[in-house]
Design a binder for this molecule. Structure first.
Ligand code: ADP
Ligand code: MG
Ligand code: MG
Length: 204
């Protein structure tokens, strides 16, 4: 498997499709443990990303990810904008100048993205945030020698579902304390859609 400019664009377009389709669901999750805007944030951010990259002329996937990062940072008001923005910026920096990108380099890029999210948000695994999806995905990509789309999707899905039993200690959901238990974390859910979009593109 290799990732090139076209794979990157297809991934982000597919991610946008999912964020639009799941907008109400993501908002519902954020009504349970936050301020009810995560669906709006994601749908707006990724629709702006799709518009932005449709008009770009890219030589490397790092350039696509850089525009993605800048767009997410500037168009999403909530906590998730800078976090996803940082993730794509780190991914872009890690892959700079390479195209196509092989699995190993991509895995290192996702690891760098995870570290960016953690530096920015100061959350570790188990705090009921998007980190709980990004961490097992980064680990899987690094340990596998051949990425399997079905496996990628399964890991992301299980990781998202596992946030249900956690008590939030970071972000707005932390104000809900024990009451945050029982609901899937919205950012973990949107991260699942992001990686399931990648899995679908890799299957094609
Ligand atoms: P806001 O909370 O500002 O309204 P969103 O609703 O768009 O922003 O995003 C909320 C999501 O962002 C959470 O569900 C969580 O996954 C993620 N998040 C919030 N704070 C942090 C943090 N410090 N570290 C990692 N992820 C975080
Ligand atoms: Mg919110
Ligand atoms: Mg908000």
């Amino acid at each position: 498997m290799e990732i090139d400019v076209q794979t990157a664009i297809s991934w982000l377009n597919k991610a946008n499709e999912k964020m639009q389709a799941e907008k109400d669901y993501l908002t519902k999750l954020d009504q349970e443990t936050g301020d009810g805007d995560h669906g709006i944030n994601m749908a707006r951010g990724f629709s702006e990303v799709e518009n932005k990259i449709a008009n770009g002329n890219y030589e490397t996937c790092a350039d696509v990810f850089k525009d993605t990062a800048m767009t997410l940072m500037s168009k999403i008001g909530g906590a998730s904008g800078p976090l996803y923005g940082t993730a794509f910026l780190r991914l872009s920096t890690a892959l700079k100048g390479q195209d196509p990108v092989d699995e190993k380099a991509f895995a290192q890029g996702v690891q760098a993205a995870l570290e960016g999210i953690q530096q920015r948000g100061k959350a570790s695994v188990g705090e009921k945030t998007m980190v709980d999806v990004w961490q097992p995905i980064a680990a899987y990509l690094q340990e596998t020698s051949a990425i399997e789309a079905a496996q990628l999707e399964k890991i992301a899905k299980e990781a998202m579902e596992a946030t249900k039993d956690l008590i939030a200690t970071k972000g707005r959901a932390a104000y809900f304390k024990e009451r945050s238990k029982g609901a899937i974390d919205p950012g973990a859910a949107s991260s699942f859609y992001l990686f399931s979009a990648l899995a679908e593109v890799l299957k094609e």
